[in-house]
Ligand binder design. Structure first.
Ligand code: ATP
Ligand code: MG
Ligand code: MG
Ligand code: MG
Length: 473
């Protein structure tokens, strides 16, 4: 089954059970400062769950664009290393706003997976929240799930919340045991293990509470349902692939990466990690820029810049030294453009922004290399084998080099890193940034007042090279 058939089958199934098909909302949530990016299908329905907004339907289904990079649920560091995590992915979901609850949600999911997608029942497991006897009973007595394949887990895995505040509740997840070949091999490997053997497919959240700023839970006006299943995961399982990256959603992108960068996929682990990171990050960059985001030094724009630079670092690791990343926008558009026309309309702008960011980064990299060589020369003279924290910070902050890239440059020259010193500098900078954003909150008048009090010793030290460069372009 092709991914587009899987997406359609899911949505059609729920439409035929009285659900309204609601289009994906943007990745950048409107009017919700509590959230960096839309990280689940329920985000656009948050106010409906809270009873603050009425809709003409009480059941909905969607295929939602999600981003899990930065903020709660971030998977940025997992990408490339697990078979199942992306920054950008599509979440299939069904929702009930005070209509059906646990029993129906469980029945729908079970029927769709076992009768329509024909997953083998004996390989499926479920997890439930540790105290949720009601869900346990439905799985055991009504669905017929053997009790040894119902696992009770705690808050971390089975109590879902969108962010620090907002609608939340216990959940029950459906997991497929993919066999030992997929596992970590540890004797206690089971549901809840971080490896890819027991693959979490679908999360059914029983929305019952709202968490306020103090962490207090209050009951929602009506118990509701929110579910989410990653399209890439179910596609990998149905296509019999080892990772999400081997499905038809990623293969056209990966083959373009291989042809442009002149590398092969599926031969060497290290190369594959880089290819996967690039393939994942080009999807994320394409979708974020299509929504109007541009790389910058703060907030969401900074996350985008980090994503792009992480990909560029991996392009460099594959021994390619020219601009290339922007060329992978095309296969992303080919694979998802009919579903998300915004990426087709914005194609030129997306490519241009990525290319400019690449050129800028390559220039920074060149200058950073010169600086690095000077540092190296000085260290040699002094006989030291340690790259000082201040210098790491300078390369990181002024030239925007990712930390791991600096680490590699140092290792290539047989240098150790003063990581503690680096983190000290980083914390100082964070404090400065915090003070600056506090100043913004207080309002400029207050800042002037403080300045007038003469308690501070401020000195304008000029723009850093990097800021100056940002301003010039
Ligand atoms: P995991 O434990 O594998 O990190 P999760 O528990 O964080 O997943 P949920 O928050 O429950 O995931 O999200 C619902 C569903 O969305 C998951 O069951 C999975 O199918 C999918 N999903 C979650 N995170 C990702 C991701 N980073 N990339 C692709 N699919 C994802
Ligand atoms: Mg996760
Ligand atoms: Mg999980
Ligand atoms: Mg989960």
């Amino acid at each position: 089954m092709q991914s587009f058939e899987i997406r359609n089958l899911f949505l059609d199934y729920f439409v035929s059970h009285g659900h309204e098909h609601v289009k994906s909302s943007p990745l950048i949530p409107k009017d919700d400062p509590s959230l960096l990016f839309t990280n689940a299908g329920m985000v656009q329905f948050k106010r409906v769950f809270l009873g603050e907004e009425q809709r003409p339907y009480s059941r909905a289904t969607s295929c939602q664009k999600c981003m899990r990079a930065g903020g709660k649920h971030s998977d940025l560091e997992n990408v490339g290393f697990t078979a199942r995590h992306h920054t950008f992915f599509e979440m299939l979901g069904n929702f009930s706003f005070g209509d059906y609850f646990k029993r129906e949600a469980i029945f729908f999911a079970w029927q769709l997976l076992t009768e329509h997608f024909r997953l083998p029942k004996e390989k499926l497991w479920v997890s439930i929240y540790k105290d949720d006897d009601e869900a346990a009973d439905i799985w055991e007595k009504e669905v017929g799930m053997p009790v040894e394949r119902i696992v009770r887990l705690g808050e971390k895995d089975n109590f879902w919340q969108m962010g620090d505040t907002g609608p939340c509740g216990p959940c029950s997840e459906i997991i497929i045991d993919q066999g030992e070949d997929f596992g970590c091999g540890k004797p206690d490997c089971s549901v809840g293990c971080d490896c890819d053997r027991f693959l979490e497919l679908w999360n059914l959240v029983f929305m019952q509470y709202n968490r306020d700023e103090e962490g207090k839970l209050t009951a929602l006006p009506k118990p509701s349902i929110d579910t989410g299943m990653g399209l890439e995961r179910i596609t990998a399982v149905l296509q019999g692939k080892k990772t999400n990256f081997d499905t038809d959603l990623f293969q056209p992108i990966i083959s373009e990466i291989c042809s442009v960068l002149n590398v092969s996929y599926g031969r060497e682990r290290k190369t594959d990690v880089s290819i996967k990171v690039i393939a994942d990050h080009i999807r994320a960059s394409t979708f974020l820029i299509a929504e109007g985001l541009i790389p910058s030094n703060e907030g969401r724009g900074y996350v985008l810049r980090r994503i792009i630079r992480r990909a560029l670092r991996h392009i460099k690791l594959l021994q390619y030294d020219r601009v290339a990343f922007y060329r992978f926008v095309e296969p992303v558009i080919e694979s998802l453009g009919t579903i998300y026309p915004e990426i087709v309309f914005e194609r030129k702008r997306i490519e241009k922004i990525i290319k400019v960011e690449e050129e800028r980064f390559l220039r920074s990299l060149e200058r950073a290399q010169q600086i690095f060589d000077e540092i190296l020369e000085n260290l040699k003279k002094s006989g030291s084998k340690v790259l000082p924290g201040e210098e790491i910070f300078r390369l990181y902050d002024t030239f925007g080099l990712p930390f791991d890239l600096i680490k590699e440059m140092a290792q290539d020259s047989c240098l150790e890193l003063d990581e503690i010193g680096f983190h000290r500098q980083l914390n100082k900078q964070r404090e400065r940034a915090r003070a600056a954003s506090k100043a913004q909150e207080i309002g400029i008048d207050e800042v002037y007042k403080e300045l007038r009090s003469g308690n501070h010793d401020f000195k304008f030290t000029g723009y850093t090279d990097y800021e100056a460069e940002t301003i010039i372009h």
